[in-house]
Design a protein around this ligand. Structure first.
Ligand code: GH3
Ligand code: MG
Ligand code: MG
Ligand code: MG
Length: 316
């Protein structure tokens, strides 16, 4: 890491720490038929605190990639390997993983330099010549991880809401398509919920807009605690959230949203010396449908009924 003149030492240390933490969460896959070569890359990647998995050919590499638990964001691949060479592997990888989620670095001995243009043409991001120097590996790996991070930041800016960090309405509509398609194929029901804070204007009027903002942020926290990471949750506007659930029975849907409603009722938010409580109303649509707008219309009508009949309730 080189220190830029404009950076003070605290910024420098904090950037350094951020990179080390990022590397701890990064898993690289080294694909090479030579054990000696795999070891050489493993040793240096581990010096950078990056987790390393190994594959001795393209087929094994694809199998390791297929397991989402491995969560690989960086592949270093040799060219000459039995069964499937590195360029073929790159072609296969790019059919499934775009450059925003996976960086591919080609490894090549100098006599194979003509191979590099094939690698890049098929979607490799970068190359390192073999035998490698630690400093070259260091800078190329970090520049690739920086690019992946930039992609993630850009996607978050487009998909997430600034106040709460929750997904936004645009992302909800976009992601709901694949979920509804999948459940239509499986002939399964889905649940869509619209959640809205009760009498939220009172919170703003009594405590001010800043405290109101904290109350909205609390929705994200409570939903995060109660729902699965695979559930689609988005802030739709002001103090309104929408949720799309799959693989859930009608009974479990009722229980889950009743629990969420009571979690809000029993929750106390502390902002400085203010302590406040609020309730929410929920409208739920449950059934087989491929049309997100139709589902939202039903959940919205149920929400209005909940508001009309006293608030702090779930209508399904
Ligand atoms: P109801 O129980 O019928 O939902 O009553 P309500 O007062 O919650 O009514 P409504 O949903 O229409 O009010 C939403 C209020 O939320 C109005 C608006 O001032 C406020 N609001 C919208 N976005 C934000 C925000 O980002 N921050 C804060 N603090 N307030 C917001
Ligand atoms: Mg080889
Ligand atoms: Mg409201
Ligand atoms: Mg509202």
């Amino acid at each position: 890491y080189t220190k830029k003149d404009s950076m003070n030492s605290i910024e420098y240390v904090s950037n350094f720490v951020k990179k080390v933490l990022r590397n701890y969460e990064t898993t690289a896959l080294v694909v090479d038929d030579s054990k000696v070569s795999r070891n050489a890359f493993r040793t240096d990647l581990e010096k950078l605190r990056i987790n390393v998995l190994e594959a001795e050919d393209g087929k094994e590499a694809l199998a390791i990639m297929d397991n989402p638990d491995n969560n690989i964001s960086l592949i270093l691949t040799d060219y000459n390997m039995p069964n499937m060479d590195g360029v073929e592997l790159t072609i296969k990888l790019r059919q499934k993983y775009d450059k925003d989620v996976l960086s591919i670095i080609a490894l090549s001995a100098s006599e194979e330099l003509n191979i590099l243009s094939d690698f890049i043409k098929e979607g490799a991001n970068d190359f390192i010549s073999k035998p490698h120097k630690f400093e070259e590996l260091n800078v190329r790996v970090h520049s690739n991880l920086d690019t992946l991070e930039l992609f993630k930041q850009t996607k978050d800016l487009a998909n997430k809401d600034f106040l709460t960090g929750s997904y936004n309405r645009r992302y909800f509509f976009e992601s709901s398509k694949a979920i509804l398609n999948k459940n239509q194929r499986k002939d399964k029901e889905v649940a869509v919920a619209t959640l809205d804070i009760d009498l939220f204007k009172n919170v703003n009027d009594t405590y001010g807009h800043d405290v109101g903002d904290v109350a909205i942020q609390e929705i994200a926290i409570i939903l995060d605690k109660t729902l699965r990471t695979s559930d689609l949750v988005a802030r739709f506007g002001g103090e309104e959230y929408c949720i799309l659930l799959e693989d859930i029975s009608l009974e479990d849907t009722k229980h889950l949203f009743e629990k969420i409603r009571s979690n809000f009722e029993n929750n106390e938010i502390k902002v400085d010396d203010i302590s406040l409580k609020y309730t929410v109303s929920l409208g739920i649509a449950y059934g087989k449908s491929i049309d997100i707008n139709a589902l939202l219309k039903v959940s919205d009508e149920a929400l209005y009924e909940a508001k009309d009949t006293g608030r702090n309730k779930v209508i399904i």
